[in-house]
Design a protein around this ligand. Structure first.
Ligand code: 6PG
Length: 239
């Protein structure tokens, strides 16, 4: 099933579009299940969306925040995804602290992954927010890494970019979600976005971001025109 691709025309932004869609999906999960398990991503594009979520009409008392990945650094380190999401969103909304489930990056990656994987067993992932790297990585799943084939829910990974020690949800975990939203903004993302959609169109998804496809859920890519610059035009795609 091909993902929905939303190309956001300026002056709107990718973050702005996410701020419109996410609260709706959160409210839907709360209406259906009484709670919402929301998986947050690291990165500058997701961070911009978090800031916009602060003023949205969401019953945060019914939201559980999880993390798609984490760097193996202390929680107060500038490189921590938990710190970024806390500063941008979680410390600014009324989400109970007990409902913020961070990956303990201060532990050795193997231990943090095992601990978080045990926490995630049986958890219904309603919404997963992801970014995509210039190399086609997503969460902390990098091209060619053996962890792409893991049947675990959470794995330790090695990043080519510092901080190198990471913990990441696996494709099995990410693809169990009901809604997955991938955000891509800027010209540096254009090759990865084009490669992802070409691999998917050819039925040979190889890049980590190309292999994100919820088993029983919906996938939406929200990109801006620079990030979409290398995608085939509709008539080229029709050829
Ligand atoms: C991380 C993120 C990573 C990020 C992408 C996009 O821990 O770095 O989880 O997957 O989402 O690299 O980041 P930008 O939006 O900053 O390009």
């Amino acid at each position: 099933m091909s993902p929905e691709l939303v190309v956001i025309p300026p002056p709107q932004t990718v973050a702005g579009a996410a701020v419109v869609g996410l609260p709706r999906a959160i409210r839907l999960a709360i209406a259906q299940y009484g709670s919402c398990n929301l998986v947050l991503a690291g990165g500058t594009t997701p961070r911009a969306a978090y800031a916009g979520l602060v003023d949205q009409a969401v019953d945060w008392s019914k939201v559980h925040a999880w993390f798609g990945d984490e760097r193996c650094v202390p929680a107060d380190d500038a490189a921590s995804n938990f710190k970024m999401a806390s500063d941008a969103l979680l410390s600014r909304v009324a989400i109970p602290a007990a409902q913020v489930h961070r990956i303990r990056g201060e532990l050795p990656a193997q231990d943090a992954a095992a601990e978080y994987g045990a926490l995630l067993v049986g958890v219904r992932l309603d919404i997963v927010l992801l970014g995509v790297g210039d190399d086609g990585h997503t969460a902390s799943l990098f091209p060619g890494s053996p962890e792409l084939e893991s049947e675990a829910l959470v794995v330790p990974t090695e990043s080519p970019f510092a901080p190198t020690q990471r913990v990441s949800l696996t494709l099995r975990a990410l693809n169990s979600a009901r809604f997955v939203v991938v955000l891509a903004s800027g010209l540096s993302k254009a090759p990865a976005v084009a490669d992802v959609f070409a691999e998917r169109a050819a039925g040979r998804p190889m890049l980590p971001a190309a292999r994100v496809q919820p088993t029983h859920g919906e996938l939406t890519w929200i990109v801006d025109p620079p990030a979409a610059a290398l995608l085939p035009s509709p008539d080229q795609a029709a050829e």
